[in-house]
Design a protein around this ligand. Structure first.
Ligand SMILES: [Zn+2]
Length: 113
C-alpha cells in the first residue's frame, strides 16, 4: 500500500523534528503532493490515523495540498501543466512529454504545541 509507506515516511520525519523542538504534540501537518504522486487523500488520512497512534502526532490534522504536474515537451519545448485529456503537450498536442514535477510529495509545515 502506497499510502502506508508515505505516512510512515512522514512520521519518521515529523516526529523527531517536533520532539527536537520540544513539542508535546503535533497539531497540524501541511503537505504538498504532486497530482501524479498517486496519493489518495482519504486513504492517506486513514493510514495516518493508524500509524500515528501512540505517537505525538496522534490526532494531528493532515492537510494535503495538490500541486499540478508540470511537463516538458520534446517537440516544441513547451513547459508547464499537462493537457489532462491526452496527457500530452498543451501547445502542439505532442505526446512526447517528460514529467518535470508532480510525482513527488513533501512536508511543508508543522504546527506543534
Ligand atoms: Zn509541444
Amino acid at each position: 500500500m502506497h499510502e502506508l509507506t508515505i505516512t510512515e515516511n512522514i512520521l519518521r520525519v515529523v516526529v523527531p523534528a517536533a520532539e527536537k523542538a520540544g513539542a508535546k504534540r503535533i497539531l497540524k501537518i501541511r503537505m504538498k503532493a504532486g497530482e501524479l504522486s498517486g496519493i489518495i487523500p482519504s486513504y492517506l488520512e486513514k493510514c495516518f490515523e493508524q500509524v500515528s497512534e501512540g505517537t505525538i502526532a496522534q490526532g494531528a490534522e493532515l492537510i494535503l495540498e495538490s500541486v499540478p504536474a508540470s511537463v516538458r515537451c520534446m517537440d516544441c519545448g513547451y513547459e508547464g501543466p499537462v493537457e489532462k485529456k491526452t496527457f500530452g503537450c498543451r501547445e502542439c498536442g505532442s505526446l512526447r512529454v517528460k514529467v518535470v514535477s508532480g510525482r513527488d510529495y513533501f512536508i511543508e509545515d508543522l504546527e506543534v504545541e
